[in-house]
Design a protein around this ligand. Structure first.
Ligand code: GLP
Length: 260
């Protein structure tokens, strides 16, 4: 795990966008893994700006979303398919048919989940996966207790997550109880994982998954097993880390050729 502590969201957005840009220039048909939530928004803003300003080209790229609510009809403004479209993919030149999201409205959910995994595999797997982290340590919607070997499947949300996400819905009652999410085993197969966490409310979660034991009770801790995981934090989210000074020193002295 590489922990990078930056001043704020703008710097985080730029650094993550640098990694996406370097990937696309090296591999124009790269497969991007997209996350919802507020954490990746500065990355999407920066990538949209680079597309507009410098012509950063997504025309051959594919994208897979991490997760989706179950029970929201197609086109619901808070379905992650719509959120991803609004926040990111409509703002760059990725082809709409190359943007994939799990189908939370499928009649046969297990079959739809298997098809999603097959589609990812047939395109060669995810090159760079953006992630946020829930206050309970979930990545995607892999709630505490999720199997480290899990694949895309249906999950139940814990109340804390429903409350955290209620800000996007008219009321808590309208936040679905069920979701479809890539599994922890799926996420672990992405070649590079970039997790973003900002704000003081994430500080205990960040301390737990970066420096605590690897445990299903804190799903993000599985990233300690990933060979190329980058954790981008602002000062507030990093404020409970024991080794913050070491991470700063390491990053400040990192050879430029290594990139992220
Ligand atoms: C949701 C998403 C996660 C995301 C999390 C954190 O639960 N399913 O993928 O990481 O929210 O969101 P935020 O970045 O807004 O804190």
């Amino acid at each position: 795990m590489e922990v990078v502590i930056l001043q704020g969201s703008k710097q985080i957005g730029q650094l993550a966008a640098d990694a996406v840009e370097a990937l696309l220039r090296r591999k124009p048909d790269a497969v991007l893994g997209l996350a919802t939530g507020s954490s990746p928004l500065p990355v999407y803003d920066e990538l949209a700006a680079r597309h507009e300003r410098d012509g950063l080209d997504f025309s051959a790229a594919h994208a897979f979303a991490l997760d989706e609510y179950v029970g929201l009809e197609h086109g619901h403004p808070e379905s992650y398919r719509e959120v991803i479209r609004r926040e990111f993919t409509d703002r760059v030149n990725i082809l709409p048919e190359n943007v994939h999201t799990p189908d939370g409205a499928a009649e046969d959910l297990p079959a739809a989940c298997r098809a999603y995994e097959d589609q990812m595999r047939s395109l060669g797997g995810v090159d760079l996966q953006l992630l946020g982290v829930g206050t309970d340590g979930h990545i995607g919607f892999n709630e505490p207790g999720s199997s480290f070997a899990s694949r895309t499947r249906i999950k139940s949300l814990i109340e804390q997550t429903r409350r955290d996400n209620a800000r996007f819905f008219p009321s808590l009652a309208e936040v679905p109880h069920h979701v479809v999410t890539q599994g922890l085993g799926t996420i672990l197969e992405a070649r590079h994982v970039v997790l973003i966490a900002t704000g003081a409310q994430k500080a205990p979660t960040v301390r737990d998954f970066v420096e605590g034991p690897v445990s299903a009770i804190c799903a993000a801790s599985i990233l300690q097993f990933h060979p190329h995981a980058t954790i981008l934090l602002d000062e507030a989210a990093a404020s409970s880390l024991k080794l913050a000074d070491f991470y700063r020193h390491t990053y400040d002295n990192k050879p430029a050729w290594q990139g992220l």
